[in-house]
Write a protein that binds this ligand. Sequence first.
Ligand code: IPD
Ligand code: CA
Ligand code: CA
Length: 268
Amino acid sequence: MPKSNKKICSARLVAEYAAFACELSMEAGALLKRAYYRPRSISHKGPIDLVTSADIASEKLIVGKLKKKYPRHNILAEEREEIISDSAIRWVIDPLDGTTNFAHGYPAFCVSIGVQCDGVAIAGAVYDPLRNELFSAIAGRGAWLRKKRIHISATKKLANALCTTGFPYDVHETGKDNLANFRRIIKQARGIRRGGSAALDLSYVACGRFDFYWEMKLSPWDTAAASLIAKEAGAKVTDFSGKPFSIEKKEIAAGVPALYKEALALIR
Ligand code: IPD
Ligand code: CA
Ligand code: CA
């Protein structure tokens, strides 16, 4: 970390940012939960890429509160233009991860808020309001589900692994659609789930519900919080060539180190 940012990224401030990320994700999650039980208004960003009024309302709540508390920080949120300043701190927000699920009334979605200092992940919160599950992490200090420390599973082989993935929104138009990877993994693993929320998929790797996750064509807000949560819980988190993951990369593989190599060899 550059000297000038030592103060702004001190352990005390990082803990403060982490607590605020948790608070905001829970508040926005409560808003999503209320909206989930009401009639939903849905529009299209692409043929199968949806946005609902809840995505917008959740983001408005989070960004409004962030701007009030930290007016100088950078903010990258999915549904609006990036707010760029000279601060070292950047908040990376997915106000509703799992919009397709939400729009169809399928109960698997969350709010995801990651915090970076000079481009490095320092804290993250992922909140699932329907299960009241808050996943969080602080870099170098660990990951939690609610107040309990979490760790990856003890699974050793792909044959015993429950895996998860997702498919890109351009799946109708492209051959680079993840289906060949899906086929290779399902032939060797115990099973695959397609949850529909990248942030929950990664958080579930962190707490041992899944053993391996991979996905292509993601955006920074999908992975900013939960890639840190998975890493802090002991997962190996890389791109498809095994190089360290960063949220600017579009592809991610995350899993239990013992079987990660075996799984990654099947992913292109
Ligand atoms: C999507 C979800 C989904 C993943 C997509 C993401 P959204 O985010 O995380 O699981 O497969 O690639 O874009 O659109 O619901 O915020
Ligand atoms: Ca998302
Ligand atoms: Ca979203």
